[in-house]
Write a protein that binds this ligand. Structure first.
Ligand code: SF4
Length: 254
């Protein structure tokens, strides 16, 4: 950080996942400058969070109080648009025959519009208003490819600086009691409607939160969607059938 300017703010963009959480812990442990944390909550609709409920509880009842108790103000940002706004967006200017006039439907895995419009856009708007800041990014020492994308000046990794792998980041969070409970049943922290979730994760999510899962099944019955694909070509009904079959097999084996 040789090019650092006097008065430049230091920010951690924090999701509550192990890598960003460990980054904040490391900043505090090592006395790195840290002016604020910013957390972006993707919303399913105006009232319902896109966070897995167990993780949302962790964020609001554990992560934010801990950071603020350690002198790090946390800014919560949300986009103007929700998942449902994007789902019911009517396509008007597509060059693809048959698309115009239809609802956009489920976000595509690998090209998630929710990430851009409901997460990165509000985060970037917030960061723009903070001026010329240095961001601590939660990329671990063993994520070489992702580290290559950091410029090392305005975006830096404290995990790499202090030699923390992803496993080390998890261990550090556990040491502080700041390891999200979402990792008990999911390999990654993300939206509960994420098409990148594995079937086993959806299965456990459905078991814990049948009401939320039902909302996806109901969306799958919407008329006039441009596509009914929910997870890499599979409809939500097909994913539901697969995870129900797998759950039934598990019960047989038990
Ligand atoms: S977690 Fe999944 S659904 Fe949520 S923004 Fe990221 S890619 Fe999109």
């Amino acid at each position: 950080m040789k090019s650092e300017k006097i008065g430049q703010k230091h920010i951690v963009c924090i999701s509550g996942g192990k890598d960003s959480m460990a980054t904040a812990i490391l900043a505090l442990e090592h006395g790195e400058p840290l002016d604020m944390a910013v957390y972006c909550e993707v919303m399913f609709d105006k009232e319902t969070s896109g966070e897995v409920p167990e993780h949302r509880d962790f964020v609001y009842n554990r992560m934010i109080p801990w950071l603020e108790g350690n002198g790090v103000p946390v800014h919560v940002v949300r986009g103007k648009k929700t998942y449902l706004d994007r789902f019911y967006h009517v396509i008007r200017r597509s060059k693809t025959v048959g698309y115009n006039g239809k609802f956009r439907g489920f976000p595509m895995g690998g090209k998630c519009i929710i990430n851009r419009e409901c997460k990165m856009d509000p985060l970037n708007r917030f960061l723009k208003n903070t001026g010329d800041a240095i961001q601590y990014v939660g990329i671990a020492a063993d994520e070489e490819k992702r580290l290559e994308r950091l410029d090392g000046k305005t975006k830096v990794s404290l995990l790499a600086k202090y030699g923390y792998t992803e496993a080390d980041a998890a261990a550090l969070c556990k040491k502080y009691g700041l390891y999200s409970p979402v990792y008990e049943f999911s390999a990654r922290n993300g939206c509960w409607f994420c098409p990148n979730c594995r079937d086993a994760e959806f299965s456990e999510f459905k078991r814990r939160h049948p009401d939320l899962w039902q909302r996806l099944l109901d969306l799958g019955k919407t008329e006039n969607l441009v596509s009914y694909g929910f997870k890499y070509g599979k409809t939500i009904e097909e994913v539901d059938r697969d995870i129900s079959m797998q759950a039934a097999q598990m019960r047989l084996w038990e």
